[in-house]
Design a protein around this ligand. Structure first.
Ligand SMILES: [Zn+2]
Length: 123
């Protein structure tokens, strides 16, 4: 892969990483023992006036956020993994299933891709 393209992909990954961390930290926090794990914070919509108020809106919001958090967290892990491959100077852009090069066109769209387009279709 050309150095120039690699540099562009690296910058794109770093921007996405920042963006996802910013999004995640708006409604979740990092696990103290396991920093790559994020936990959705239970939202607090104002003060509760009574015990029963343990508010269905909050429960609903929390339930909606969990899958979002999960998706972002997985994507963040893929991005960090791709960045560490670039840093080590090996294996970036190589399909983790078949060992062939991942198409550059594909990497331009999904720089954190772990599989070539053929292998990702098989999944
Ligand atoms: Zn493959």
């Amino acid at each position: 892969m050309e150095q120039k393209l690699l540099q562009q992909l690296k910058e794109k990954l770093e921007r996405e990483k920042e963006e996802i961390e910013r999004l995640l930290s708006s409604f979740a926090e990092r696990d103290k023992d396991l920093p790559e794990n994020w936990r959705t914070k239970f939202p607090q919509f104002g003060k509760h006036t009574s015990e029963q108020d343990e508010n269905s809106d909050e429960v609903e919001e929390y339930t909606n956020l969990l899958p979002v958090e999960y998706r972002l967290e997985l994507k963040l892990l893929d991005i960090e993994r791709a960045l560490s491959k670039i840093k080590k100077g090996k294996n970036y852009g190589i399909c983790e299933r078949c060992g062939k090069k991942i198409e550059e066109e594909r990497l331009k769209i999904i720089p954190e891709a772990k599989f070539c387009s053929e292998c990702s279709k098989k999944k």
